[in-house]
Design a protein around this ligand. Structure first.
Ligand code: ACO
Length: 331
């Protein structure tokens, strides 16, 4: 990053809906078991949003926490970026609904879609916009998802994997401080759009009765293919940002991987050679909340006091697109 001096995370927040759904609960819905889900994914339970809680409601709750942590009022926010693949509507963008919910009437707003890598993309975009313009002094970057609205609750191969939630950070600039984002490496492979997607509901396949009958409005994926590609993509992006900063994995306080599956997380940790206790895991409690997993994890680490100024944090993610990325932060 060339001109990101002084851009730092002034506050974090997260929100998980109250309703807890266990693996055993799901076994009453589809042909599955707690044992199968835990062994294959590490997930024990997930949170599901209420019918009257769209993604913007989860995102707004996380944003309010980040603002409170930073001691900033909603009116002071200049920009809101929401990374999501489960927007409230096709348009207007979800950040506008967040703006209305929190009362951030002075903020520019847009949403960004890069599936589970969305927060990393949004974070780099936010830092870049701040680096380009002094106008952006208080910037909310949010990853929020209501995955339960995209999941086919009759498909056991996908419905057990996902959950709802949101995480947020508030970025500010203080030239007395060093930059938080030290290096970023984002990638994508558009040849693999079909292995993880929601086939219908966009301009390529508008909703029709036939679409609904075939459940094409829901998420579909080739889990095995994703599994193979995910570990390689994340490890290589992580190695790139470490070498760009001349750091070794031993110097990293926390690896925060996208929380999709414990076996993928363990695979990445093992390949990078980092001790398990420095690999953050909460997939057991929340499942895969897509673009929200990384900011939720960051907030949990901050609130538990397990991070100190100067610590290095390595973020790695992958998702539909395929998209992937790694970022090295210094707290
Ligand atoms: N309960 C019981 N059995 C199941 C379930 C379930 N919930 N789901 C699938 N099975 C069955 C299958 O039908 C199959 O049965 P069969 O052998 O009789 O055909 C068997 O279990 C094995 O299925 P696989 O798909 O081969 O199981 P696998 O070991 O690959 O695990 C899993 C599946 C957990 C999905 C794994 O592949 C995975 O985690 N992949 C990565 C997926 C992922 O991370 N997706 C999110 C990407 S992020 C984003 O952008 C949204």
């Amino acid at each position: 990053m060339l001109n990101n001096r002084g851009i730092f995370i002034a506050g974090t927040g997260s929100y998980l809906p109250e309703k807890v759904v266990t693996n055993t609960d799901l076994a009453g819905l589809v042909d599955t078991s707690d044992e199968w889900i835990q062994t294959r994914t590490g997930i024990r339970e997930r949170r599901l949003a209420a019918a009257d809680q769209p993604t913007s409601a989860l995102a707004a709750a996380a944003a309010e926490q980040a603002l409170a942590a930073a001691g900033v009022s909603a009116e002071q926010v200049d920009l809101i970026i929401v990374a999501t693949l489960s927007p409230d509507h096709q348009f207007p963008n979800t950040a506008c609904f967040v703006q209305k919910r929190i009362g951030a009437g002075n903020a520019a707003c847009f949403s960004l879609e890069a599936a589970c890598t969305g927060f990393l993309y949004a974070f780099e975009v936010a830092v870049s916009m701040m680096a380009c313009s002094a106008h952006y002094r208080n910037v909310l970057v949010i990853g929020g998802e209501k995955m339960s609205s995209l999941v086919d609750w009759t498909d056991r191969t996908t419905c057990v994997l996902f959950g709802d939630g949101a995480g947020a950070v508030l970025l500010q600039r203080d030239l007395e401080r060093s930059a938080t984002l030290l290096a970023s490496r984002l990638g994508a492979d558009g040849n693999l759009t079909d292995i993880l997607q929601v086939p219908a509901g966009g301009s390529a396949m508008p909703i029709t009765v036939a679409v609904l009958e075939q459940h094409l409005q829901f998420l579909s994926m080739n889990g095995r293919e994703i599994f193979k590609l995910a570990v390689n993509a994340m490890v290589s992006a992580a190695e790139n940002v470490l070498s760009e900063c001349n750091l070794s994995i031993d110097q990293v306080r926390w690896l925060i991987p996208h929380q999709a599956n414990l076996r993928i997380i363990n695979g990445v940790g093992k390949r990078l050679g980092i001790d398990n206790e420095r690999v953050f895991v909460n997939v057991d409690r929340y499942g895969n909340t897509s673009a929200a997993t990384i900011p939720i994890a960051l907030d949990e680490i901050v609130r538990s006091g397990s991070i100190e100024r100067g610590d290095y944090i390595l973020l790695v993610a992958f998702g539909g697109g395929l998209t992937w990325g790694a970022q090295l932060l210094q707290w």
